[in-house]
Design a protein. Structure first.
Length: 363
């Protein structure tokens, strides 16, 4: 991101709101710290902008995407992402609203897209605590509360609600399955980012994962009737809770339409990840949340077929969680269990939520 100055921000915001704006603070926003391995890689560095307009105190978050290896190498890649986010954020219920999409020009000025050198996204600032903090509390041995169950139910019911909306073009499902493998942010892009060799992780192992995922593409790409509205990155860092079960989602990603398993595996995969870091198995409160989420989702949607589509989406999420780039301090035993889980589920025709622990020792 180019260097931000209050003066340039004030000019930009004054034009956006058609009223004088005074910027009062710029605050770098970092990921919430959780127990276990810290997430140390991200696509950009959001900045909270505090300002007054017309005597009213307001706040927004200015988001950018940094050049990087996940399909963001070219300015056009990052522009596509910002332009898509601007429309998609505002089309999804309970998502933080995008206020504008703009760019930095060669002189560091913020403009609404014309003479663009780099893109950013201005999103409303939403109060709340990251759901990752709830999981961190459970990792540290705290008991499972009724509120934990109620929040998991609310998160499940939200997916039931948005997944009820069917997609407009069957070709978008084929593209989603293709991009699950070949997109820079997905399976092949993540595999390409691994520094090799890394302990037990070799090029041969990643090649085997890719090979098995490729066979899943041909199993799934014809199931175009499954195209639904999705969030696309439904994990604990992108969910903010306030009191009780009141929550907002952030950072919708990689397309408005896709396979429902993408969202369900994203969140339940993080229950597994948190449990593996805590005890080396899926057990205790995390097993309760994991099993409850899957059971409730299938009961409320009637979509038992999701068990036949989940495997490659779990593989994608586990490749990220096992990545030395994304989680450099992760214990090697957890990386090994994640890869074992991936190989195990990719070999099975149908995912079994009650048999996760049986696939953790394949390597």
């Amino acid at each position: 991101m180019p260097e931000l100055s209050k003066e340039r921000l004030e000019r930009y915001l004054t034009g956006l709101f058609h009223a004088p704006v005074a910027v009062t603070a710029l605050v770098s926003l970092r990921e919430s710290k959780a127990s276990g391995a810290a997430k140390e890689y991200g696509y950009g560095h959001p900045v909270k902008v505090e300002f007054t307009v017309g005597g009213e105190r307001r706040a927004a978050v200015l988001e950018t995407t940094s050049p990087g290896p996940f399909g963001h190498e070219h300015m056009a890649d990052r522009a596509r992402m910002m332009l898509w986010d601007h429309g998609a954020y505002n089309a999804l219920p309970r998502h933080a609203r995008s206020l504008d999409v703009g760019a930095f020009d060669r002189n560091g000025n913020l403009v609404s897209v014309g003479n663009a050198e780099e893109f950013f996204l201005l999103v409303e600032h939403v109060e709340g605590a990251g759901y990752i903090l709830d999981l961190a509390r459970l990792q540290e041995g705290a008991p499972l509360r009724d509120l934990d169950l109620a929040r998991a139910d609310a998160l499940c019911d939200y997916l039931v609600e948005i997944h009820a909306v069917r997609g407009p073009d069957p070709g978008l499902y084929v593209r989603k399955i293709r991009e699950l493998l070949g997109d820079g942010e997905c399976i092949m892009g993540v595999c390409d980012s691994y520094p090799l060799p890394h302990g037990f992780i070799t090029a041969a192992l990643l090649e085997e994962v890719e090979r098995r995922c490729l066979s899943w593409r041909w199993r799934l790409k014809g199931r175009t009737d499954r195209l639904r509205q999705v969030h696309g990155d439904y994990h604990p860092f992108n969910i903010l809770f306030r009191e009780g079960t009141d929550f907002t989602v952030l950072d919708r990603s990689r397309g408005e339409w896709g396979e429902p398993a993408d969202d369900v595996t994203s969140l339940t995969g993080n229950y597994l990840f948190a449990s593996l870091q805590a005890t080396g198995r899926l057990e205790g409160p995390f097993e309760t949340l994991f099993r409850r989420f899957w059971d409730r989702y299938i009961e409320r949607t009637g979509d038992a077929e999701i068990l036949e589509t989940a495997a490659p989406f779990f593989a994608f999420r586990c490749l990220v969680m096992a990545s030395p780039v994304w989680y450099p301090s992760l214990d090697e035993s957890v990386r090994r269990k994640l890869f074992s889980f991936v190989l195990s589920i990719l070999d099975a025709p149908r995912f079994a939520p009650d048999r996760v622990n049986g696939g953790l020792d394949a390597l």
